[in-house]
Structures are given as C-alpha cells and as structure tokens.
Design a protein around this ligand. Structure first.
Ligand SMILES: Nc1ncnc2c1ncn2[C@@H]1O[C@H](COP(=O)(O)OP(=O)(O)OP(=O)(O)O)[C@@H](O)[C@H]1O
Ligand SMILES: [Mg+2]
Length: 303
C-alpha cells in the first residue's frame, strides 16, 4: 500500500518559496485506482513526481513522508532498479522516451524480445511502430509507447499522470481497460492523475480532490459524486461538461488559484469560497474523517 503522510514540498525562489504541497495525505491500496483531480497548477504532477522519486532536485521536502508497503521512499531518488515495483506514465511522454533508440528496442529493454508486438497491440499501435524513433511519432503515439513501457515492467504501483489526455476516445478506453485489468488481475495499485473528473469517476474507486497544493477531500467515487462535502469539490463537479446541457450553462469556478509564493491562509480555497467565514482564517486546517473513507478539510462543509 502507498501511504503519503502529511507531505509538504516547497520550491525555493527569490520572490518567496513556492509552497507546492501542503501536508498532503493520501493512500492507495493494492488493486485500487485512486483518481487525483484538480485544476491546472494544483500540484498533481509534483505529488506524482515525489512518489516516483523524480522530484526536481531544487525541491525541498519540508515535512511528512511517503511509504510503500512500510518502506520509506525518497522523493528525490529515482529507483533505477529494473525490478522496481513503481512505474510512471509521464504527462510529457516525448520527453520520457529515449530519442536515439527505436520504439521496439525500448520496449524490448523492459519487457523482453517476445513481448514487443503484444505491448504495442495493448495500446492499439501497429507492429511497424517498433522500427520507428520517437521523433517520427505523433504526440498520441508517443504517449501510448510511454504507457506500454510503464506497463511492460509489471509494476505493483502505477503513477499515471494524465495518461489519456489528448488520446481519441477509443484509445482512451483501451488504455483505461488495460489499467483496470492489471489492477484486477495483478493487484496493481494506481494513482490516476487527471484534470478530467468524469474519467476519474468512471475508472477510479476513490477520488482525491486537490486545490492549490492541498488535498481538500477524499472519498469513494459514488460518495464524492453524490455527496461532495467540500465546496471546491462541489464546484469542480458542477464545472464538468457532463452536468451542463449547453456550453453556456457550464459553471465556471470563480477566482484563480492563489499565488503559491505569497503568504497563504490555512484554507487555500478561502478567497474563492462562497461559504467562507472568518473562522476559516483561524487555526490550521487538516483533513478530518467524516467516515473512515471520506475525509474533508473544511470548517463549513456542505451537507
Ligand atoms: N520545478 C519546479 N520549480 C518551481 N515550481 C514548480 C516546479 N514544478 C512545479 N512547480 C510549481 O508547483 C505548482 C504545482 O505544479 P504541478 O505541475 O504539480 O501542477 P499540476 O496540478 O500537475 O498542473 P497541470 O494540470 O497543469 O499538469 C505550480 O505552481 C508550479 O508552478
Ligand atoms: Mg501536471
């Protein structure tokens, strides 16, 4: 099981440290798919890099820890061990591929010679892609090679950062089907990072909602969709296209993410929140249990 406990990360900067993660708490159990959702800039990639040990060396861990099956993971140390149980699908797939090695060779390095064809097929790529180099591929093709590479090493934990963004719906379904199948058959744990709440709701078991470096709510999918308690989760839900019949009915979340290099209040959503009251700016706020599986960080939750 993956456990992120009160993880805080800052990026030192002259104008003021960027407080990218604030006491982030999250767990992913074997066989479970946890969707991590939130607006652009909320810290989803920083968290996924930290779990994979690929965090920018400039970052400073100011608190908390990450453990996998009880063993501490260093956010700044990549696990180069080929048998490492953790694999990451990167948000920028082209940068994660070796530019001077063919796709076939890269897949072979991880999965063995006989697996190349099947790996390509699993992400709906034709066998001839094996002979190509990353610069000869489209963005979506690179992304699918990245996914095949991540899954080829049969990870116990998959960190998938926007794995299907930019893919057509058929390929998206194939990729998500593959992840779901591996979760079920091998007990692979998956952190599914996405700004696409419906995608997380369709394929995830639980959802964690992130805003400005803080996890504001985690709950089982049905509970989060039906009874979101944090005002930001509720706003995210009403801002998803599925909930609006016409484009002009689409709810827009007011305000912008706060400047993470400025001094911040305990609740980083406070300045955008319609339910804000003066006690929101008082003592530190933390995720508290509504039920054991439903945690909320809000002094004035809905329902
Ligand atoms: N290497 C870095 N140095 C300084 N600041 C960084 C660095 N990486 C990320 N940040 C800052 O951390 C915050 C979170 O960034 P992150 O990339 O995790 O967002 P995200 O939720 O993944 O967004 P998106 O949906 O656009 O991918 C941002 O304010 C970003 O500017
Ligand atoms: Mg990101």
């Amino acid at each position: 099981m993956l456990d992120v406990e009160d993880l805080s990360i800052v990026f030192p900067a002259r104008r003021g440290d960027v407080k990218a993660l604030d006491r982030v708490r999250l767990s992913v159990r074997p066989g479970e798919i946890v969707g991590l959702v939130g607006e652009s800039g909320s810290g989803k990639s920083v968290l996924s890099y930290a779990v994979s040990g690929l965090l920018d060396p400039a970052a400073r861990v100011t608190g908390g820890r990450i453990t996998w099956q009880g063993h501490a993971l260093d956010p700044l140390r990549e696990r180069r061990d080929r048998h490492a149980p953790i694999a990451q699908i990167f948000q920028n797939p082209r940068a994660s591929l070796n530019p001077i090695r063919s796709v076939g060779h890269q897949l072979q390095d991880v999965g063995g010679k006989d697996s190349v064809r099947a790996l390509l097929e699993s992400v709906r790529l034709a066998p001839e892609i094996a002979g190509r180099y990353p610069f000869e591929l489209s963005g979506g093709q690179c992304q699918r090679v990245g996914i095949a590479l991540a899954l080829a090493c049969e990870p116990d934990l998959l960190i998938a950062d926007e794995p299907t963004t930019g893919l057509d719906v058929t390929t998206e379904a194939a990729v998500m089907g593959l992840i779901t199948e591996l979760s079920r058959s091998r007990g692979m744990a998956t952190l599914l990072v996405t700004h696409d709440l419906p995608l997380a709701a369709t394929h995830g078991h639980r959802i964690a909602v992130m805003h400005a470096g803080q996890i504001v709510e985690t709950a089982r999918v049905s509970e989060l969709i039906g009874q979101a308690r944090h005002p930001y989760s509720a706003e995210l839900l009403s801002a998803t296209p599925q909930h609006a019949a016409r484009a002009e009915d689409l709810h827009v979340i007011r305000g912008l993410l706060p400047d993470l290099s400025a001094p911040l209040p305990p609740c980083r959503f406070a300045m955008r929140c319609a339910r804000h009251q003066s006690d929101c700016d008082a003592a530190p706020l933390s995720l508290t249990e509504h039920t054991p599986d439903h945690l909320v960080a809000c002094r004035h939750p809905l329902c």
